[in-house]
Ligand binder design. Structure first.
Ligand code: ATP
Length: 230
């Protein structure tokens, strides 16, 4: 029997992204084509303004390209209905941001449960169980009833990682996840992401300004003025 090659988790084909304001037109991405395969850990690097965040928001289906095609598991995103697109964003993609984006009024475990509230068919008990398991996984099993302000920056980022993992996404998109952390905590977060990738097979795309961190990932995508340079 012939083995059919698995489609990349994400594929960007001949992407252009132009931002148009009333006074100026910016070409943020130009002729970008790339694939992210299951189990990869890819870093995205380049100087400020080169299009890294734009690339991540297209990968996260938060924005659409001006030209070109984005595919998820071999299917063009354009062919999905708005409703399917919303569940794709919620179920297939987990986000981690530089500034954590936690809700300060909610406990750690409630923050992690949050994305699961939008999952139909999951009981409150199962949500709690899943959230606690994810917190255990990121080493915060003893902090579940704390509030974000009672945690260090590195611990907050761990909560954000647990929240991203709770939905069991196919891919994690991280926008400078260590950007607000000192080098020791940054290394700890990087160790955790590498562990998730190597031991659990989590697919990760990470924007970083840190060359040493990028070198620890399996592949580097480098952008300059909206174009790939490798
Ligand atoms: N919503 C927007 N409207 C207009 N222009 C935008 C918008 N978002 C980004 N741009 C422009 O697109 C280009 C790429 O921006 P982007 O944020 O993707 O870069 P970046 O590489 O992530 O930068 P940084 O490292 O500073 O975060 C920049 O010139 C930016 O000014």
């Amino acid at each position: 029997m012939t083995k059919i090659a698995e489609a990349p988790v994400l594929r960007l084909i001949d992407i252009e992204k132009i931002y148009q304001t009333s006074t100026v037109e910016t070409s943020a991405l130009n002729c970008v084509s790339l694939s992210i395969n299951r189990g990869e850990f890819v870093s995205v690097m380049g100087p400020s303004g080169c299009g890294k965040s734009t690339l991540l928001s297209l990968m996260g289906l938060l924005d659409e390209p001006s030209v070109g095609t984005v595919e998820v598991n071999g299917r063009p995103v354009r062919s999905y209905s708005e409703k399917d697109l919303a569940s794709l964003r919620n179920e297939k993609i987990g986000f981690i941001f530089q500034s954590y984006h936690l809700i300060n009024d909610l406990s750690v475990v409630d923050n992690v449960e949050l994305p699961l509230l939008y999952r139909s068919g999951m009981s409150a008990k199962d949500r709690r169980k899943r959230a606690l398991a994810m917190l255990e996984k990121v080493g915060l099993g003893a902090r579940t009833s704390h509030f974000p302000q009672q945690l260090s920056g590195g611990q907050r980022q761990r909560v954000a990682i647990a929240r991203a993992l709770a939905g069991e996404p196919e891919i994690i998109l991280a926008d400078e996840p260590t950007g607000n952390l000192d080098s020791v905590m940054g290394e700890e977060i990087m160790d955790l992401l590498l562990h998730l990738n190597e031991k659990e097979g989590t697919t990760i795309v990470m924007v970083t300004h840190d060359e040493a961190q990028a070198q620890r990932t399996k592949r580097q995508i480098r952008l300059l003025d909206g174009s790939q340079v490798n």
